[in-house]
Design a protein around this ligand. Structure first.
Ligand code: DHB
Length: 490
Protein backbone atom coordinates (compact mmCIF):
# COMPACT_ATOMS: atom_id res chain seq x y z
CA UNK A 1 0.00 0.00 0.00
CA UNK A 2 1.32 3.42 -0.99
CA UNK A 3 1.12 5.98 1.78
CA UNK A 4 1.19 9.70 1.01
CA UNK A 5 3.43 11.48 3.50
CA UNK A 6 3.36 15.22 4.06
CA UNK A 7 6.00 17.13 6.00
CA UNK A 8 4.74 19.48 8.77
CA UNK A 9 7.55 21.97 9.42
CA UNK A 10 6.05 23.44 12.61
CA UNK A 11 6.17 20.04 14.32
CA UNK A 12 9.11 18.62 12.32
CA UNK A 13 7.16 15.49 11.56
CA UNK A 14 5.56 13.64 8.66
CA UNK A 15 1.88 12.77 8.48
CA UNK A 16 -0.04 10.22 6.44
CA UNK A 17 -3.69 11.23 6.83
CA UNK A 18 -7.13 9.65 6.51
CA UNK A 19 -5.97 6.07 6.20
CA UNK A 20 -8.88 3.66 6.16
CA UNK A 21 -8.17 0.77 8.54
CA UNK A 22 -10.89 -1.62 7.38
CA UNK A 23 -12.21 -2.70 4.02
CA UNK A 24 -15.96 -2.55 4.63
CA UNK A 25 -16.41 0.48 6.88
CA UNK A 26 -19.92 1.31 8.06
CA UNK A 27 -18.87 4.97 8.31
CA UNK A 28 -15.94 5.58 5.97
CA UNK A 29 -15.36 9.11 7.27
CA UNK A 30 -14.89 7.91 10.84
CA UNK A 31 -13.06 4.61 10.50
CA UNK A 32 -9.77 6.18 9.53
CA UNK A 33 -6.56 7.30 11.17
CA UNK A 34 -3.71 9.79 10.82
CA UNK A 35 -0.14 8.61 11.40
CA UNK A 36 2.37 11.22 12.64
CA UNK A 37 6.06 10.33 12.57
CA UNK A 38 8.88 12.50 13.98
CA UNK A 39 11.04 13.53 11.01
CA UNK A 40 14.15 11.70 12.26
CA UNK A 41 12.57 8.31 11.49
CA UNK A 42 11.72 9.12 7.84
CA UNK A 43 13.54 9.93 4.65
CA UNK A 44 12.14 12.81 2.57
CA UNK A 45 10.95 10.32 -0.08
CA UNK A 46 8.58 8.70 2.45
CA UNK A 47 10.78 5.66 3.18
CA UNK A 48 11.64 4.58 6.72
CA UNK A 49 15.06 5.88 7.80
CA UNK A 50 16.69 2.96 9.64
CA UNK A 51 19.54 5.20 10.87
CA UNK A 52 17.19 7.77 12.40
CA UNK A 53 17.59 8.18 16.14
CA UNK A 54 15.72 10.17 18.77
CA UNK A 55 17.24 10.67 22.21
CA UNK A 56 15.03 11.92 25.02
CA UNK A 57 16.01 14.41 27.71
CA UNK A 58 16.66 11.51 30.06
CA UNK A 59 19.02 9.87 27.57
CA UNK A 60 16.75 7.09 26.23
CA UNK A 61 17.22 6.56 22.48
CA UNK A 62 14.76 5.07 20.00
CA UNK A 63 15.24 4.12 16.36
CA UNK A 64 12.60 3.71 13.66
CA UNK A 65 12.45 0.01 14.63
CA UNK A 66 12.18 0.48 18.40
CA UNK A 67 10.13 3.65 18.87
CA UNK A 68 6.86 3.03 20.78
CA UNK A 69 3.60 3.81 18.99
CA UNK A 70 0.97 5.90 20.79
CA UNK A 71 -2.54 4.99 19.66
CA UNK A 72 -4.51 8.08 20.60
CA UNK A 73 -8.31 8.18 20.55
CA UNK A 74 -10.20 11.44 21.02
CA UNK A 75 -13.48 9.76 22.01
CA UNK A 76 -15.57 11.78 24.48
CA UNK A 77 -19.06 11.15 25.81
CA UNK A 78 -19.21 7.84 23.93
CA UNK A 79 -19.61 9.93 20.77
CA UNK A 80 -18.23 9.13 17.38
CA UNK A 81 -14.97 10.88 16.59
CA UNK A 82 -12.89 11.63 13.56
CA UNK A 83 -9.16 11.16 13.95
CA UNK A 84 -7.88 14.24 15.79
CA UNK A 85 -5.23 16.43 14.18
CA UNK A 86 -2.24 17.55 16.23
CA UNK A 87 -3.90 19.24 19.20
CA UNK A 88 -2.86 20.20 22.72
CA UNK A 89 -3.95 16.81 24.05
CA UNK A 90 -1.73 14.76 21.74
CA UNK A 91 1.05 16.84 20.19
CA UNK A 92 3.43 16.18 23.08
CA UNK A 93 3.61 12.54 21.97
CA UNK A 94 5.29 13.62 18.71
CA UNK A 95 7.43 16.21 20.51
CA UNK A 96 8.60 13.42 22.83
CA UNK A 97 9.74 11.43 19.78
CA UNK A 98 7.00 8.78 19.65
CA UNK A 99 5.03 7.69 16.61
CA UNK A 100 1.47 8.97 17.06
CA UNK A 101 -1.50 7.22 15.50
CA UNK A 102 -4.61 9.33 15.94
CA UNK A 103 -7.63 7.15 15.33
CA UNK A 104 -11.29 7.84 14.60
CA UNK A 105 -14.16 5.57 15.61
CA UNK A 106 -17.91 5.15 15.46
CA UNK A 107 -19.96 6.21 18.46
CA UNK A 108 -23.37 6.19 20.09
CA UNK A 109 -25.05 8.46 17.49
CA UNK A 110 -23.45 7.04 14.32
CA UNK A 111 -25.79 5.98 11.53
CA UNK A 112 -25.30 4.71 8.00
CA UNK A 113 -26.65 6.44 4.89
CA UNK A 114 -30.07 4.83 5.52
CA UNK A 115 -30.16 6.18 9.06
CA UNK A 116 -29.56 2.79 10.72
CA UNK A 117 -27.41 2.85 13.87
CA UNK A 118 -23.84 1.68 13.30
CA UNK A 119 -21.96 2.81 16.39
CA UNK A 120 -23.59 1.15 19.40
CA UNK A 121 -21.41 -0.76 21.87
CA UNK A 122 -19.01 -2.39 21.19
CA UNK A 123 -18.46 -0.57 17.84
CA UNK A 124 -15.88 1.98 19.08
CA UNK A 125 -13.76 -0.76 20.63
CA UNK A 126 -14.05 -2.88 17.49
CA UNK A 127 -12.78 0.11 15.49
CA UNK A 128 -9.74 0.57 17.73
CA UNK A 129 -8.99 -3.13 17.38
CA UNK A 130 -9.31 -2.89 13.59
CA UNK A 131 -6.80 0.00 13.70
CA UNK A 132 -4.33 -2.11 15.68
CA UNK A 133 -4.70 -4.97 13.22
CA UNK A 134 -4.17 -2.69 10.21
CA UNK A 135 -0.99 -1.24 11.77
CA UNK A 136 0.39 -4.74 12.39
CA UNK A 137 -0.37 -5.72 8.81
CA UNK A 138 1.54 -2.70 7.48
CA UNK A 139 4.29 -2.48 10.06
CA UNK A 140 7.10 -3.14 7.58
CA UNK A 141 6.17 0.01 5.68
CA UNK A 142 6.03 2.16 8.81
CA UNK A 143 8.42 3.45 11.45
CA UNK A 144 7.51 2.19 14.91
CA UNK A 145 7.59 -0.94 17.05
CA UNK A 146 4.15 -2.51 16.73
CA UNK A 147 4.81 -4.77 19.70
CA UNK A 148 4.93 -1.54 21.71
CA UNK A 149 1.51 -0.05 20.98
CA UNK A 150 0.35 2.14 23.87
CA UNK A 151 -3.28 3.20 23.86
CA UNK A 152 -4.24 6.63 25.25
CA UNK A 153 -7.71 8.02 25.87
CA UNK A 154 -9.67 10.21 28.26
CA UNK A 155 -13.05 9.59 29.90
CA UNK A 156 -15.11 7.45 27.49
CA UNK A 157 -11.85 7.32 25.51
CA UNK A 158 -10.10 6.21 28.73
CA UNK A 159 -12.70 3.46 29.08
CA UNK A 160 -11.94 2.40 25.50
CA UNK A 161 -8.25 2.38 26.32
CA UNK A 162 -8.90 0.16 29.35
CA UNK A 163 -10.97 -2.18 27.18
CA UNK A 164 -8.46 -2.30 24.35
CA UNK A 165 -5.87 -3.33 26.92
CA UNK A 166 -8.09 -5.95 28.55
CA UNK A 167 -9.62 -7.62 25.48
CA UNK A 168 -6.58 -8.40 23.30
CA UNK A 169 -7.42 -11.09 20.70
CA UNK A 170 -10.69 -11.98 22.44
CA UNK A 171 -12.83 -14.16 20.18
CA UNK A 172 -15.95 -12.30 21.24
CA UNK A 173 -15.10 -9.44 18.86
CA UNK A 174 -14.22 -11.50 15.78
CA UNK A 175 -17.68 -11.38 14.13
CA UNK A 176 -17.77 -7.59 14.60
CA UNK A 177 -14.28 -7.25 13.12
CA UNK A 178 -15.20 -9.42 10.17
CA UNK A 179 -18.28 -7.33 9.50
CA UNK A 180 -16.20 -4.17 8.90
CA UNK A 181 -13.53 -5.94 6.87
CA UNK A 182 -10.73 -5.75 9.45
CA UNK A 183 -7.46 -7.64 8.97
CA UNK A 184 -8.51 -11.04 10.33
CA UNK A 185 -5.03 -12.61 10.28
CA UNK A 186 -3.48 -10.07 12.64
CA UNK A 187 -3.47 -9.74 16.45
CA UNK A 188 -5.17 -6.86 18.32
CA UNK A 189 -3.50 -7.10 21.73
CA UNK A 190 -1.52 -4.06 22.85
CA UNK A 191 1.48 -3.43 25.10
CA UNK A 192 0.10 -0.80 27.45
CA UNK A 193 -2.96 1.30 28.21
CA UNK A 194 -3.00 4.85 29.54
CA UNK A 195 -6.48 5.51 30.91
CA UNK A 196 -7.37 9.07 31.93
CA UNK A 197 -10.48 9.23 34.15
CA UNK A 198 -12.04 6.11 32.58
CA UNK A 199 -15.85 6.07 32.60
CA UNK A 200 -16.19 2.32 32.72
CA UNK A 201 -17.79 -0.60 34.60
CA UNK A 202 -20.98 0.97 33.28
CA UNK A 203 -23.19 -1.83 34.57
CA UNK A 204 -22.25 -0.92 38.18
CA UNK A 205 -21.47 2.77 37.78
CA UNK A 206 -24.78 3.86 39.35
CA UNK A 207 -23.99 1.92 42.53
CA UNK A 208 -20.49 3.39 42.66
CA UNK A 209 -21.76 6.94 42.10
CA UNK A 210 -24.26 6.81 44.96
CA UNK A 211 -21.68 5.14 47.22
CA UNK A 212 -19.39 8.13 46.71
CA UNK A 213 -21.81 11.05 46.35
CA UNK A 214 -24.91 10.02 48.29
CA UNK A 215 -24.00 12.14 51.28
CA UNK A 216 -24.52 15.08 49.01
CA UNK A 217 -28.26 14.53 48.70
CA UNK A 218 -28.66 17.08 46.00
CA UNK A 219 -28.58 16.47 42.32
CA UNK A 220 -28.50 18.39 39.10
CA UNK A 221 -30.78 18.11 36.14
CA UNK A 222 -27.80 18.58 33.90
CA UNK A 223 -24.09 19.04 34.42
CA UNK A 224 -24.33 22.78 33.99
CA UNK A 225 -27.41 23.61 36.04
CA UNK A 226 -27.61 24.60 39.66
CA UNK A 227 -28.03 21.85 42.22
CA UNK A 228 -31.55 20.94 43.24
CA UNK A 229 -32.57 18.89 46.22
CA UNK A 230 -33.46 15.26 45.58
CA UNK A 231 -37.02 14.28 46.38
CA UNK A 232 -37.76 11.37 48.70
CA UNK A 233 -38.02 8.84 45.88
CA UNK A 234 -34.60 9.66 44.52
CA UNK A 235 -33.09 9.78 48.00
CA UNK A 236 -34.37 6.26 48.64
CA UNK A 237 -33.09 5.09 45.26
CA UNK A 238 -29.71 6.69 45.97
CA UNK A 239 -29.49 4.99 49.37
CA UNK A 240 -30.46 1.61 47.86
CA UNK A 241 -27.84 1.87 45.11
CA UNK A 242 -25.16 3.03 47.57
CA UNK A 243 -25.90 0.15 49.94
CA UNK A 244 -25.50 -2.38 47.12
CA UNK A 245 -21.99 -1.21 46.27
CA UNK A 246 -20.04 -2.93 49.10
CA UNK A 247 -21.56 -6.34 48.26
CA UNK A 248 -20.72 -5.80 44.62
CA UNK A 249 -17.11 -4.84 45.36
CA UNK A 250 -16.70 -7.73 47.79
CA UNK A 251 -18.15 -10.17 45.26
CA UNK A 252 -15.23 -9.35 42.94
CA UNK A 253 -12.66 -10.71 45.46
CA UNK A 254 -10.17 -7.98 44.60
CA UNK A 255 -8.11 -8.63 47.70
CA UNK A 256 -9.54 -5.48 49.29
CA UNK A 257 -12.81 -5.36 51.20
CA UNK A 258 -15.41 -2.65 51.55
CA UNK A 259 -17.20 -2.64 54.90
CA UNK A 260 -21.03 -2.84 54.85
CA UNK A 261 -21.20 0.85 55.83
CA UNK A 262 -19.18 1.69 52.70
CA UNK A 263 -16.78 3.75 54.79
CA UNK A 264 -14.49 1.09 56.19
CA UNK A 265 -12.37 -1.81 54.98
CA UNK A 266 -9.17 -1.91 52.98
CA UNK A 267 -10.88 -0.83 49.73
CA UNK A 268 -11.97 2.39 51.45
CA UNK A 269 -8.74 3.09 53.34
CA UNK A 270 -6.63 2.19 50.28
CA UNK A 271 -8.54 4.65 48.11
CA UNK A 272 -8.33 7.42 50.74
CA UNK A 273 -4.59 6.75 50.89
CA UNK A 274 -4.43 7.43 47.13
CA UNK A 275 -6.32 10.70 47.65
CA UNK A 276 -3.92 11.62 50.46
CA UNK A 277 -0.88 10.80 48.31
CA UNK A 278 -2.23 13.04 45.57
CA UNK A 279 -2.45 15.97 48.00
CA UNK A 280 0.99 15.20 49.46
CA UNK A 281 2.56 15.32 46.01
CA UNK A 282 0.88 18.65 45.31
CA UNK A 283 2.08 20.10 48.62
CA UNK A 284 5.61 18.77 48.13
CA UNK A 285 5.71 20.52 44.74
CA UNK A 286 4.62 23.75 46.45
CA UNK A 287 6.54 23.21 49.63
CA UNK A 288 7.26 26.90 50.18
CA UNK A 289 3.54 27.61 50.62
CA UNK A 290 2.40 24.23 51.89
CA UNK A 291 1.30 25.43 55.35
CA UNK A 292 -0.83 28.26 53.99
CA UNK A 293 -2.24 26.00 51.25
CA UNK A 294 -3.33 23.48 53.86
CA UNK A 295 -4.96 26.22 55.90
CA UNK A 296 -6.77 27.50 52.84
CA UNK A 297 -7.85 24.00 51.75
CA UNK A 298 -9.08 23.18 55.23
CA UNK A 299 -11.10 26.42 55.34
CA UNK A 300 -12.24 25.97 58.90
CA UNK A 301 -12.59 22.16 58.69
CA UNK A 302 -10.15 19.57 59.99
CA UNK A 303 -10.35 17.48 56.85
CA UNK A 304 -6.67 17.57 55.95
CA UNK A 305 -3.62 16.69 58.06
CA UNK A 306 -0.14 17.57 56.84
CA UNK A 307 3.13 16.89 58.65
CA UNK A 308 5.44 18.49 56.13
CA UNK A 309 5.89 15.24 54.21
CA UNK A 310 2.72 13.22 54.07
CA UNK A 311 -0.91 14.27 53.98
CA UNK A 312 -3.95 12.58 55.45
CA UNK A 313 -7.54 12.70 54.24
CA UNK A 314 -9.67 9.96 55.74
CA UNK A 315 -13.27 11.15 55.46
CA UNK A 316 -14.67 10.68 51.95
CA UNK A 317 -17.99 12.36 52.76
CA UNK A 318 -16.37 15.55 54.01
CA UNK A 319 -13.95 15.45 51.07
CA UNK A 320 -16.84 15.24 48.61
CA UNK A 321 -18.68 18.08 50.39
CA UNK A 322 -15.67 20.39 50.55
CA UNK A 323 -13.87 19.69 47.26
CA UNK A 324 -16.10 18.09 44.66
CA UNK A 325 -19.88 18.27 44.89
CA UNK A 326 -22.23 16.05 43.03
CA UNK A 327 -22.59 16.51 39.29
CA UNK A 328 -25.06 13.91 38.05
CA UNK A 329 -28.65 13.00 38.83
CA UNK A 330 -29.62 9.66 40.35
CA UNK A 331 -29.20 7.23 38.73
CA UNK A 332 -26.29 8.72 36.86
CA UNK A 333 -25.58 6.27 34.06
CA UNK A 334 -28.59 4.06 33.41
CA UNK A 335 -31.00 7.01 33.41
CA UNK A 336 -34.63 6.60 34.46
CA UNK A 337 -35.80 8.21 31.23
CA UNK A 338 -33.02 6.75 29.07
CA UNK A 339 -31.49 10.21 28.84
CA UNK A 340 -27.79 9.48 29.29
CA UNK A 341 -24.88 9.02 26.87
CA UNK A 342 -24.66 5.47 28.11
CA UNK A 343 -28.32 4.66 27.40
CA UNK A 344 -27.66 5.74 23.83
CA UNK A 345 -24.40 3.76 23.69
CA UNK A 346 -26.35 0.58 24.54
CA UNK A 347 -29.12 1.20 22.02
CA UNK A 348 -29.98 -1.45 19.44
CA UNK A 349 -31.01 -1.53 15.80
CA UNK A 350 -34.65 -1.21 16.93
CA UNK A 351 -34.37 1.24 19.79
CA UNK A 352 -31.86 4.05 19.93
CA UNK A 353 -31.68 4.05 23.75
CA UNK A 354 -31.78 1.13 26.16
CA UNK A 355 -31.40 0.24 29.81
CA UNK A 356 -28.31 -1.87 30.36
CA UNK A 357 -27.57 -2.23 34.09
CA UNK A 358 -29.07 -5.31 35.77
CA UNK A 359 -27.78 -3.97 39.11
CA UNK A 360 -29.65 -0.67 38.74
CA UNK A 361 -32.79 -2.41 37.45
CA UNK A 362 -32.76 -4.66 40.53
CA UNK A 363 -32.55 -1.81 43.05
CA UNK A 364 -35.10 0.25 41.16
CA UNK A 365 -37.46 -2.77 41.13
CA UNK A 366 -37.04 -3.20 44.89
CA UNK A 367 -37.95 0.43 45.40
CA UNK A 368 -41.04 0.10 43.19
CA UNK A 369 -42.04 -3.00 45.16
CA UNK A 370 -41.87 -1.02 48.37
CA UNK A 371 -38.89 -2.96 49.75
CA UNK A 372 -36.66 0.09 49.93
CA UNK A 373 -39.11 2.80 50.90
CA UNK A 374 -37.55 5.00 53.54
CA UNK A 375 -34.10 3.51 52.85
CA UNK A 376 -32.57 6.96 52.89
CA UNK A 377 -33.82 7.95 56.31
CA UNK A 378 -31.15 6.05 58.24
CA UNK A 379 -28.36 7.29 56.03
CA UNK A 380 -28.99 10.85 55.09
CA UNK A 381 -29.73 13.93 57.16
CA UNK A 382 -33.34 14.85 57.85
CA UNK A 383 -35.01 16.43 54.88
CA UNK A 384 -34.56 20.15 54.59
CA UNK A 385 -37.46 22.40 53.64
CA UNK A 386 -36.08 22.48 50.10
CA UNK A 387 -36.11 18.70 49.93
CA UNK A 388 -39.69 18.53 51.21
CA UNK A 389 -40.86 20.68 48.34
CA UNK A 390 -38.53 19.32 45.66
CA UNK A 391 -40.18 18.17 42.47
CA UNK A 392 -39.27 14.81 40.92
CA UNK A 393 -36.29 15.13 38.60
CA UNK A 394 -37.92 13.20 35.79
CA UNK A 395 -41.09 11.16 35.39
CA UNK A 396 -40.66 7.86 37.22
CA UNK A 397 -41.04 4.91 34.84
CA UNK A 398 -42.38 1.43 35.42
CA UNK A 399 -39.75 -1.03 36.57
CA UNK A 400 -37.85 -2.76 33.82
CA UNK A 401 -35.84 -5.91 33.24
CA UNK A 402 -32.51 -6.44 31.52
CA UNK A 403 -32.47 -9.23 28.95
CA UNK A 404 -29.72 -11.88 29.12
CA UNK A 405 -28.46 -10.57 25.76
CA UNK A 406 -28.09 -7.04 27.15
CA UNK A 407 -26.38 -8.28 30.32
CA UNK A 408 -23.95 -10.23 28.21
CA UNK A 409 -23.28 -7.22 25.99
CA UNK A 410 -22.68 -4.93 28.98
CA UNK A 411 -20.39 -7.52 30.57
CA UNK A 412 -18.28 -7.76 27.41
CA UNK A 413 -17.97 -3.96 27.43
CA UNK A 414 -16.49 -4.01 30.92
CA UNK A 415 -12.73 -4.45 31.41
CA UNK A 416 -13.25 -6.03 34.85
CA UNK A 417 -14.96 -8.99 33.22
CA UNK A 418 -11.79 -9.92 31.30
CA UNK A 419 -9.41 -9.10 34.14
CA UNK A 420 -11.30 -11.25 36.63
CA UNK A 421 -12.42 -14.03 34.29
CA UNK A 422 -11.49 -17.42 35.73
CA UNK A 423 -10.91 -18.74 32.20
CA UNK A 424 -8.44 -16.64 30.24
CA UNK A 425 -10.50 -14.95 27.54
CA UNK A 426 -8.00 -12.44 26.21
CA UNK A 427 -4.37 -11.35 26.06
CA UNK A 428 -4.19 -8.52 28.57
CA UNK A 429 -1.76 -5.62 28.08
CA UNK A 430 1.09 -6.09 30.58
CA UNK A 431 1.18 -2.40 31.58
CA UNK A 432 -1.51 0.06 32.65
CA UNK A 433 -1.41 3.62 33.93
CA UNK A 434 -4.55 5.27 35.33
CA UNK A 435 -4.81 8.97 36.17
CA UNK A 436 -7.75 11.13 37.24
CA UNK A 437 -8.26 14.55 38.72
CA UNK A 438 -8.98 14.74 42.45
CA UNK A 439 -12.12 16.81 41.69
CA UNK A 440 -13.57 14.49 39.08
CA UNK A 441 -17.32 14.07 39.57
CA UNK A 442 -18.17 12.43 36.22
CA UNK A 443 -17.91 8.99 37.77
CA UNK A 444 -17.06 7.56 41.19
CA UNK A 445 -13.43 7.15 42.25
CA UNK A 446 -14.47 3.56 43.02
CA UNK A 447 -14.63 2.83 39.27
CA UNK A 448 -10.99 3.57 38.49
CA UNK A 449 -9.79 2.20 41.84
CA UNK A 450 -11.53 -1.16 41.33
CA UNK A 451 -10.04 -1.28 37.81
CA UNK A 452 -6.61 -0.77 39.36
CA UNK A 453 -7.18 -3.51 41.96
CA UNK A 454 -8.50 -5.89 39.30
CA UNK A 455 -5.36 -5.28 37.22
CA UNK A 456 -3.21 -6.10 40.20
CA UNK A 457 -5.30 -9.22 40.80
CA UNK A 458 -4.62 -10.24 37.19
CA UNK A 459 -0.87 -9.78 37.75
CA UNK A 460 -0.66 -6.70 35.52
CA UNK A 461 1.79 -3.88 36.20
CA UNK A 462 -0.55 -1.01 37.13
CA UNK A 463 0.17 2.54 38.20
CA UNK A 464 -2.74 4.49 39.75
CA UNK A 465 -2.81 8.06 40.98
CA UNK A 466 -5.09 11.05 41.37
CA UNK A 467 -3.77 14.44 40.33
CA UNK A 468 -4.64 17.05 42.93
CA UNK A 469 -6.89 19.97 42.03
CA UNK A 470 -7.91 18.81 38.55
CA UNK A 471 -11.35 17.79 37.34
CA UNK A 472 -12.45 15.46 34.57
CA UNK A 473 -9.58 15.66 32.07
CA UNK A 474 -6.31 14.06 30.96
CA UNK A 475 -4.92 14.82 34.42
CA UNK A 476 -1.14 14.45 34.61
CA UNK A 477 2.04 16.23 35.64
CA UNK A 478 4.27 17.40 32.75
CA UNK A 479 6.71 14.77 31.54
CA UNK A 480 5.34 11.90 33.62
CA UNK A 481 3.59 10.10 30.78
CA UNK A 482 6.75 10.05 28.64
CA UNK A 483 8.81 8.90 31.64
CA UNK A 484 6.34 6.03 32.17
CA UNK A 485 6.60 5.00 28.50
CA UNK A 486 10.39 5.01 28.80
CA UNK A 487 10.21 3.00 32.02
CA UNK A 488 8.10 0.24 30.45
CA UNK A 489 9.70 0.23 26.98
CA UNK A 490 13.34 0.67 28.01
C1 DHB B 1 -17.85 11.29 29.38
C2 DHB B 1 -18.35 11.99 30.49
C3 DHB B 1 -19.39 11.48 31.19
O1 DHB B 1 -19.89 12.12 32.27
C4 DHB B 1 -19.98 10.26 30.83
O2 DHB B 1 -21.01 9.77 31.53
C5 DHB B 1 -19.45 9.54 29.74
C6 DHB B 1 -18.40 10.06 29.03
C7 DHB B 1 -16.69 11.85 28.61
O3 DHB B 1 -16.27 12.97 28.90
O4 DHB B 1 -16.21 11.15 27.71
Amino acid sequence: MKMEWKYLPAQDCYVAGNISYCEAPANPGLQTMHIYVPACYMKPDGQVNPEGLHTSGSGVSYTAKTVPVILYNDIGGYSECKPAGLIDRNKEFVEDGFVLVSIGARGRQSVDEKGNPTGKAPAALVDLKAGVRWLRKHQNELPGNYDRIISVGTSAGGAMSSLLGATGNSEYFLPYLKEIGAEMDERDDIYAAQCYCPITDLDHADLAYEWMFQAKAVSTRSARELPVAMDGFHRDLSAGLAKAYPSYINSLSLGAELGPDGRSGSFYTGLMEKVSQSLAKFLQRNVGYAESLVEELNAGTDLICWDGESAGITDLDKYVRVFIGRMKPCPSFDGLSLETFENQEFGTADSPREHFSAATAKIFGQLQDGVLNGAASEDTPAKTAAQETAVPESPIPEKWGISPEMSDRARHFNPLYYLLAPEKESDIAPHYRIRLGSKDADTSFGISYSLYLALQYAGIDADYALVWGLGHCNADYPGEFAAWVESICG
